[in-house]
Write a protein that binds this ligand. Structure first.
Ligand SMILES: O=C(O)CCC(=O)C(=O)O
Length: 269
């Protein structure tokens, strides 16, 4: 992570790393999703994410697809390769520190044309959230829960998808409810555009959400959440053997439970 990227992450709370996946890798990941498309669960009713906001309303819910790290070979492989990807590891070391770990299991987000958005949320002020934070101390940043979102389809201006209020990870006042619902000051809400193969990394402290999906092509994002190696947000890190079997030592290192580096925690090169 170079000085320019550190600067951008520090002021915005997110960064886009371009062209991480090759065309073949994108094709393989999408083929794996196609193969399991009958397991996509579209949110509706109480699981709706738009909070009744007219600005975020849609005709369908967001599609969620889990379990990809346990899928049969070759379909698990494109996603397992994202766990400890050599292009991403230097960013994770800078943002989360050595020994970083997967905190929440991988979730694939799909959105069809007309899918609703998601109310903005984030964990900056007024209180300090000891699991999801952004602080800068002793010449470097320290982050709690951090999202790594792999894009498997293009996201062009106006399509919708992930949006953030840049810089809000340093906010001290609560985000006003109407702003969280996308109903006021929408010029401060930035849609993050990218190409298939790009990766967006953002701190859970930055206020973020989802804009309704308007493109004919489906949105497809493989979303991981990572924490520093000493801590956990989620209450489960007893990963099933179907997920662990056949992993490389590097991929397995990222699935270690939380504990101190000093206790022989495996560290990626
Ligand atoms: O649409 C996105 O990428 C944001 C998802 C999100 O913030 C969440 O699921 O909590």
């Amino acid at each position: 992570m170079n000085e320019e990227e550190k600067y951008l992450f520090d002021i915005n709370g997110y960064i886009v790393v371009r062209d991480v996946l090759t065309a073949d890798e994108i094709t393989a990941a999408n083929a794996a999703i196609d193969q399991h498309a009958n397991r996509i669960q579209e949110r509706g009713g109480e699981l709706s994410l738009s909070g009744g906001s007219p600005a975020l309303r849609g005709e369908t819910g967001r599609g969620d697809l889990g379990g990809a790290l346990s899928w049969e070979k070759p379909h698990c492989e494109p996603f397992r390769a994202m766990l400890a990807h050599p292009r991403l590891t230097p960013y994770m070391h800078e943002i989360l520190g050595q020994g970083f770990r997967m905190d929440h299991n991988l979730g694939i987000i799909t959105m069809r044309k007309g899918a609703e958005g998601h109310v903005l949320h984030g964990s900056s002020g007024p209180g300090f959230d000891p699991h999801q934070y952004y602080i800068f101390q002793n010449g470097r940043m320290h982050n709690g829960l951090t999202v790594v979102a792999w894009q498997l389809a293009d996201i062009n201006p106006g399509d919708g998808g992930l949006c953030v209020i840049p810089g809000s990870h340093k906010g001290n006042y609560p985000c006003p409810p109407a702003l969280r619902r996308g109903e006021t000051h929408s010029d401060f809400i930035k849609q993050i555009t990218c190409k298939a193969g790009d990766v967006i990394i953002f701190t859970e402290a930055v206020t973020h959400g989802t804009l309704p999906w308007t493109a004919d092509r489906d949105r497809r994002t493989a979303l991981f959440r990572f924490s520093p190696g000493n801590m956990a947000y989620a209450n489960n890190y007893d990963w099933p053997s179907s997920m662990l079997d056949g992993l490389t030592p590097e991929q397995r290192a990222v699935l270690e439970p939380p504990y101190h580096l000093r206790l022989d925690r495996p560290v990626l090169d």
